[in-house]
Design a protein around this ligand. Structure first.
Ligand code: HEC
Ligand code: HEC
Length: 335
């Protein structure tokens, strides 16, 4: 029997402890049975104990079928721990493991369902998005793998983007969404609230300027001062006009859609401390067929279903979204 490291024991002692306790219990049961066999019994006589005035106990041996059942149980226990893992780290001669069984079952399920998933792989994302069966499968996948962060309705929450509002950090064209799901994304805004960047007052000024870009309440004097700070501190990422850059995940600051919040305090925090935000990569874990279905599902959510969420974004960016695959980009992708 080999000692595969199939347990989480931190020291070898617990391995031998478990082996000792298990074997002692099984063997102990057998020994106890033997002792009982040898114990003096005399059929027909009583033990001499009396309860409730007249209740007496016969001194009969255990019935044979009963005794043998115990012996068989003991033998079964010993055979079991030889065949299956049960004694500390010992693997068992059958080589069975819970993980192995899980992996076998997953493999079988994969073989069984792969054709179902694969049938959509050759289809264009737009066609898949329009297929009701694919949509149902995509939704199920989304609820399993994505909903814990993006919400079961894909509406998102602070730091987890809304995926159905037609506003995209990284682009809403099918290939962009697929790229996001396959390789993951990391959004990094460097902190700006420390010297030599800006002091607290300057951060507030530039935040007021950014607020003014999307019509949020702002102090006009601060906004004016912030406007002078913006080109140097922010334009490299968010663009000279604040419209962002979807090739690098730099959000549009003029579109009234906020990943964090439109509260001044939240923006102060973003600019002062920076933000790091991670979308995990799913390509390897899910494989191309499931990624394809999910891409179509997500694309289908933002591609016009929630039409009323879009005019706000579109109105804030009237000259077309330079480089942004937003509403227009997606409309173009639909052909
Ligand atoms: C652990 C949390 C988490 C999980 C799970 C997760 N995401 Fe994300 N996702 C994020 C974060 C955070 C971002 C934003 C990244 C950034 O700020 O640049 C994001 C961004 C995205 C984007 C880009 C949005 C945009 O505006 O461009 C898409 C599309 C997306 N996720 C789809 C999915 C899908 C599909 C799944 C399920 C397979 C999924 N996500 C699972 C956290 C998650
Ligand atoms: C290095 C590139 C970079 C620079 C420079 C930068 N930002 Fe950002 N900013 C980002 C990224 C990336 C995000 C999104 C973070 C995320 O995905 O969670 C962001 C997010 C924001 C947000 C939150 C947007 C939302 O939708 O909630 C605000 C507000 C913001 N930046 C303002 C500024 C201001 C003001 C400056 C200049 C002082 C600035 N940024 C400089 C990259 C940058």
């Amino acid at each position: 029997m080999d000692f595969k490291n199939t347990s989480d024991f931190v020291s070898g002692f617990w391995n031998f402890w478990v082996i000792g306790v298990s074997l002692a219990s099984i063997v102990g049961c057998g020994v106890f049975l033997l002792i009982q066999d040898k114990a003096k019994t005399s059929a027909g006589n009583t033990t001499g104990h009396v309860w409730d005035e007249t209740l007496q106990e016969y001194s009969n041996p255990l019935p044979n079928w009963w005794r043998w059942m115990f012996y068989i149980t003991v033998i079964f226990g010993l055979v079991y721990v030889v065949l299956y893992p049960g004694l500390g780290n010992m693997a068992g001669t059958f080589g069975w493991t819970m993980r192995g069984q899980y992996e076998d079952e997953m493999k079988k399920a994969e073989e069984q369902y792969a054709p179902k998933f694969n049938q959509f792989l050759k289809m264009d994302i737009v066609a898949v998005a329009a297929n009701p069966e694919a949509k149902e499968m995509g939704q199920r996948l989304f609820l399993t793998y994505c909903a814990q962060c993006h919400g079961s309705d894909a509406g998102g929450t602070a730091s987890f983007p809304n995926l159905k509002d037609g506003d995209w950090l990284w682009g809403g064209a099918p290939d962009k969404i697929k790229e996001t799901i396959v390789a993951g994304r990391t959004g990094v805004m460097t902190p700006k609230g420390t010297k030599p960047d800006m002091d607290g007052e300057q951060v507030k000024d530039v935040v007021h300027y950014v607020r003014s870009l999307s019509g949020l309440s702002s102090d006009s004097i601060r906004a004016q001062r912030g406007k002078d700070l913006y080109p140097q501190a922010c334009a490299a990422c968010h663009g000279p006009d604040g419209k962002g850059n979807a090739d690098a995940g730099y959000p549009n600051l003029t579109d009234k859609v906020w990943l964090y919040s439109s509260q001044e305090a939240s923006m102060m925090e973003t600019v002062t401390k920076g933000r790091t935000n991670q979308m995990p990569a799913f390509g390897e874990f899910l494989g191309p067929a499931k990624v394809h279905l999910l891409t179509a599902y997500v694309w289908g959510l933002g591609g016009g279903v929630k039409a009323e969420a879009k005019p706000a974004a579109a109105a804030a960016a009237p000259e077309g979204m330079s480089g942004m695959a937003g509403t227009e980009g997606m409309a173009a992708d639909k052909k």
